[in-house]
Write a protein that binds this ligand. Structure first.
Ligand code: NA7
Length: 548
């Protein structure tokens, strides 16, 4: 009898659903089974915590599950993006391309889930309704749309930084007779665009990848551009056997290099100033790096190319001229040349033939800053100047970044305060990871910046070690103190104002979402500085945290 009850409980634990009416309790409940959630699950389980991850998707992979639009791929080197925690995984997995595409990236994350037997602790198709902190039990009660509830001493939000797709509230959107789709909800079965009249709204990193790819098959393409971007050639390629061997032999060096650079990419700045060298030498370096793949063009360039000032503008003009060279019609070329923001103040898309698309006869570029979109009609898109008839409208209009997915979880801390209210004027955290009044909540998605997995792994390690510290010292809860939080918010606002990422209207500062408070959504510090700060905090007995 006892043993059958035990087996029943084990089965219930395994299915994760528990017996009817029973609430399962875990040390940590992880929301999200993307790159950060998968690693959080692995790491925390290794450290002996009972953990369960939940994701609203029907599969693992997060970003790489949802963003299956044509052309979606890395623009960090594939081998710098993968997990580093398992040497066996590193040696087993062959990246096929230098900048791997979504199907391969999704396959990789599924491979990881299988290899480390993560699926048994993951529940998919699980839509969180709310997460409420119970002050007497020191735990979170997480409720799901289907009525399921679970308890977790810790709540780990691995919900991604760019996961809450944003579609502008255009008038008449429901009246459109054709098909519509946001790029981050691209259907698994794909969309039939062959020979169709397709409109794409948005020319950020997503739009640039998508437009280049679908221009090969659509009947006619209309691109609605509000802001021209600085884009640079990706120069992707297949990885041959010899290179594969070299990559596998040099993972320690690759990861060491990434750990030393500001954004955790494998490119180091040239310590010289662009303005210190002769114009010829400067031009020679710009051209040489332009011919290289990926982000090297700016992250291995003169150190001041990525800071506001003369060098930044000099390089911006170099990139503008590269754009002009590739577009046949000078009027269209000028429309594609960015003039209203500094190079690097918005995310810099890498492309594979983007500008040549505008030399095709069946492609039309529409400037919707000049003539804004007034409404969507049953036939297509109506701007101030004209109506464009379409069969399909694709919204490549970005994300309510970093805080969007987080506040939608309806997280309620001490005294019933919601994270949504608390973040109404911008995020209020300590190092992006913890917020006063929300004990045992670690907002991993809000603290990761740069080359994603490189930033996420050390962060998850740090959080896991903090959890061990709490356990080993027999505390029950950990949360940021209001003083530490105030100091951090001040630092983000004051030091953030000096960096390139805050100089334009972009998702970095929430300026892409009407009504969202303008505030830097990530740390203003480089990745090595953030790691050092967190290490110092831990070494000082979790300074700035209240432990009870
Ligand atoms: P982004 O970079 O936020 O780009 C969104 C695009 O959509 C951008 O061109 C916007 O123009 C445009 N947009 C947004 N709203 C409108 C309206 N109302 N009318 C016209 N155009 C609009 O999102 P992505 O998905 O491309 O990239 C996000 C990140 O994913 C990227 O940084 C990478 O890290 C991966 P705007 O520039 O605001 O004028």
């Amino acid at each position: 009898m006892a043993s059958s009850l035990h087996q029943e409980q084990e089965r219930a634990q395994e299915s994760g659903k528990g017996n009817p009416g029973e609430i399962q309790r875990y040390d940590a409940v992880i929301i999200g089974a993307g790159v950060t959630g998968l690693y959080s699950l692995y790491r925390m389980r290794e450290l002996g915590f009972s953990v369960r991850a939940f994701d609203h998707a029907g599969g693992v992979g997060g970003t790489w599950f949802w963003n299956r639009y044509p052309g979606c791929r890395f623009d960090s080197e594939s081998y710098s993006y993968g997990y580093s925690f398992s040497e066996e995984l590193l040696q087993e997995w062959d990246w096929k391309e230098h900048y791997s595409g979504q199907p391969e990236n999704e396959r990789y994350l599924n491979y990881v889930a299988d290899k480390f037997d993560l699926r048994k602790d993951i529940q998919l198709n699980a839509h969180v309704d709310s997460a409420v902190f119970d002050q007497t039990e020191n735990c979170w009660e997480i409720s799901f749309e289907d009525g399921q509830k679970v308890l977790g001493q810790y709540l780990i939000t691995s919900v991604g930084s760019l996961s809450d797709g944003y579609t502008p509230d255009f008038a008449g959107i429901e009246s459109f007779k054709g098909a519509t789709c946001h790029t981050s909800k691209w259907p698994k079965e794909g969309m039939d665009l062959v020979g169709k009249r397709v409109g794409v709204i948005g020319t950020g990193a997503t739009g640039v990848q998508l437009i280049t790819e679908i221009a090969k098959e659509v009947g006619h393409l209309t691109v609605f551009q509000r802001t021209a971007n600085y884009c640079a050639p990706l120069r992707n390629g297949l990885i041959d056997d010899e290179t594969q061997r070299k990559i596998k032999a040099s993972y320690p060096e690759i990861f060491k290099k990434c750990s030393e650079t500001p954004g955790s990419f494998m490119h180091e700045f040239d310590p010289r100033s662009a303005m210190e060298v002769s114009p010829e030498e400067r031009q020679e370096q710009y051209e040489r790096l332009w011919a290289e793949p990926g982000f090297k063009k700016w992250l291995s360039n003169f150190r001041d190319v990525m800071v506001p000032g003369e060098a930044n503008e000099d390089y911006a003009e170099f990139v503008r001229n590269k754009i002009r060279e590739r577009v046949n019609d000078p009027v269209v070329a000028e429309m594609l040349v960015p003039k209203d923001h500094m190079f690097g103040s918005k995310r810099l898309p890498c492309e594979s033939g983007y500008y040549e698309v505008y030399n095709q006869d069946n492609v039309l570029l529409v400037d919707v800053r000049e003539a804004p979109i007034e409404r969507i009609t049953p036939q297509g898109v109506k701007t101030k100047d004209a109506e464009y008839e379409l069969d399909v409208i694709i919204f490549a209009t970005g994300f309510d970044a970093v805080t969007g997915s987080l506040v939608k979880l309806d997280i309620q801390g001490e005294g019933g305060q919601t994270l949504k209210d608390k973040f109404a004027n911008g995020p209020r955290t300590y190092m992006g990871i913890s917020s006063a009044g929300f004990p045992n909540l670690f907002t991993i998605n809000a603290a990761s910046v740069g080359n994603f997995v490189r930033a996420a792994e050390p962060l998850v390690d740090w959080v896991s070690e903090a959890m061990c510290y709490v356990r080993d010292n027999e505390y029950m809860r950990i949360s940021a103190t209001p003083e530490a939080e105030n100091a951090w918010v001040k630092h983000v606002n004051e030091d953030g104002a000096k960096i390139l990422r805050t100089q334009a209207n972009s998702w970095f500062v929430g300026a892409n979402i009407p009504g969202k408070a303008r505030a830097l959504l990530t740390a203003p510090d480089t990745a090595p500085v953030m790691r050092a700060k967190r290490a110092q905090v831990a070494a000082n007995g979790y300074e700035g945290f209240d432990l009870q």
